[in-house]
Design a protein around this ligand. Sequence first.
Ligand code: ADP
Ligand code: 5GP
Length: 188
Amino acid sequence: MKEKLFIFSAPSGAGKSTLVQHLMKQDLGLEFSISATSRKPREGEEDGREYHFISPEKFRKMIKEDAFIEWEEVYPDQFYGTLYSEVEQIWKRGKHAIFDIDVVGGLNLKKKYKEHACAIFIQAPSHETLEQRLRSRGTDDEASLKKRLGKAKFEMSHKSNFDHIIINDSLETAQAKAEKIVLDFLAL
Ligand code: ADP
Ligand code: 5GP
């Protein structure tokens, strides 16, 4: 299997979407794996672009039908999952799949795809910076913010299981590091 996977995981707000979006703009042959979720779309999000937005009922049905490589109830009643069909189609198009996924999901993908997968943990320079970034992103209400920050400590405790850790302090430096990690892994 020459097809590869790049897994970007981090506590919410550390900057993984920003880094993944940056990598997608480079000519690296990467295609974003669009997950399915039962959470509501945020303003500006489109079905089939950021996520496949489906109802919790449909999500549960698809779990039973074995549609997911991995899935999780990341927050109560908010399911997220990676579709087998998504990854298969990316590979059929001759691209490598890139994932923006939570820490547990990322490690599950790594466990399944082993040497074909490069797992990268993105870390904010401090818990305070993480909070500032989440607040300035402006997409979460106070309760959602608390939930995300509360989960961050647990997620940090798993970082040593990743192949690489990038501290996202200066965005330019973090982008350059991410590019190098991808290029090195593609050259293997
Ligand atoms: P995640 O996908 O991990 O939840 P985002 O990529 O949405 O995080 O980033 C959270 C917020 O922090 C966004 O508003 C983003 O623009 C900002 N951000 C990302 N990286 C940096 C950085 N290196 N310096 C300052 N702000 C950043
Ligand atoms: P958000 O609601 O901010 O888009 O995402 C919440 C969390 O779910 C993030 O940590 C995001 O990376 C994660 N996530 C997105 N897609 C998947 C997926 O397919 N599987 C799992 N396990 N987590 C996902």
